[in-house]
Design a protein around this ligand. Sequence first.
Ligand code: ATP
Length: 502
Amino acid sequence: MDRELFEHHLTSAHGRGRAPQGAAIGVAGTRLCGDVVRIALALDDSGRRVGAVGWEAEACGATIASLSAVAELVEGMDLLEVARLGARDVDAQLGGLSAGKFHAAELVADALARALGTAVRERGALAPPADGSPRTLVAMSGGVDSAVVALLAGREQGDAVAVTLELWADEANDGERSCCSAQAVRYARALAHRMGMAHLTLDLRDEFRAGVVTPFLEDHRAGLTPNPCIRCNGHVRLDAMLEFADRLGAATLATGHYARVEHGADGPLLRAAVDAWKDQTYMLAALTPDSLARMRFPLGELTKPQVRELAAEAQLPVASKPDSQDLCFLAGTNRSDFLARHAGIEQQPGEIVDSGGRVLGRHSGHHGYTVGQRRGLGVAAEEPLYVLRTEPARNRVVAGTRAELATTAVPLRGARLHRDGARVDRVKLRYRAKPLPARLVGDPAPGPHRRLEVALEQPVDGAAPGQMACLMEGDVVIGWATIGRPGAVAPQPAAAQSSSSG
Ligand SMILES: Nc1ncnc2c1ncn2[C@@H]1O[C@H](COP(=O)(O)OP(=O)(O)OP(=O)(O)O)[C@@H](O)[C@H]1O
């Protein structure tokens, strides 16, 4: 550490208490963990450079000195250059902090990144690439897939800028394991910098809570089995990143999803990835064609082993990082604890009954059961029993045999079709399920009250209300809908028409 420089920043505290007009705020740290810092960053009139910087802190000397050094450093700096700064650069400004004080540089880098991301989102504009090449925004989660996308974008596209979304903070969660927590963002930022890319952080915590977590809790309360990733991709994170891409002058957004896009005369459609096991078209089905037109999925033609190989060849530190498993906001917790903590949905024991109403046993709370589930019923019977449905109003779980569960008719609600529904010849009813031969039947008239149903060629072991039905023609997605409760529709045996709403 350069003692003189450190003392200079500690006493001059450049920018302390300043509150530039129109500044974006970035906060890092909590009182619980010790230091809290708040950086206010205002852009200059061009929107491409930092104007003034101010800050406040309840923190140790190393953090105060780091803040002062950063404020001095970034004033007047081009936003793309600021987006290349990380904890190591903050540290370098003070001639290197001792290992025990490095957290100060990390905290200040976090606050700076948050302030920068908000400033850019609100009114920033990045300078276009000097050589006139197109710019791509790369969605980086810190995992191997998006790291390889960044690698390919860097090689193949002219100019690539990385973005990581901060979606969720839950102190009771193990943030290290969530793909979208503050720690994960920090990791992704360091990875992007290591790969020579500018990196921006986009704080979508409010939008994520309102648009994904709240509906997830409401659906659980109603006894449905929601799929929050579809909502998140379709209505929250990809839309927000595309808007952000506009701000950055990026025509396209590249992600590490395993999917392909088919560009036809009638506009783009999603197509299943080459790697059938990794295929994520189901998760992306709610994307509108307009959004799809700007998306790039560079991994759609690759298999996961090939992706890992590319990462290893490039010596990316994430080459063997395990894939993310569960919903990002459930990392470090479990569904029932989460429901109890965030929605007051407590486990309320009730009856398990057969379809005639005869009591078979007890359950620990209907929210923990989903249609088709076999495990965890704890009921001894001659034949294996499955959940046929849940009845939230009566807090009952109805169980029955596989034959009772089997159905060829799946009611739909809120269908969105990008092509004529008569073209549907397969449906995917769960993320990891195989597409099943099927056709669409229902009211021919498009409109909000339209009733549609999937007619399957072969019976399926139940379809969980609340999950998504991905409507396909071959391996191309031509629409999607939410699976409704049986009995909720009176289908007409007519081919459905093309419509953008259902
Ligand atoms: N927090 C995030 N910020 C930015 N982009 C993200 C974030 N989470 C996911 N993505 C993007 O969505 C893609 C698919 O996300 P998914 O959650 O399926 O992760 P994944 O398959 O584990 O990918 P990865 O290995 O890149 O983490 C990622 O590859 C990345 O491009």
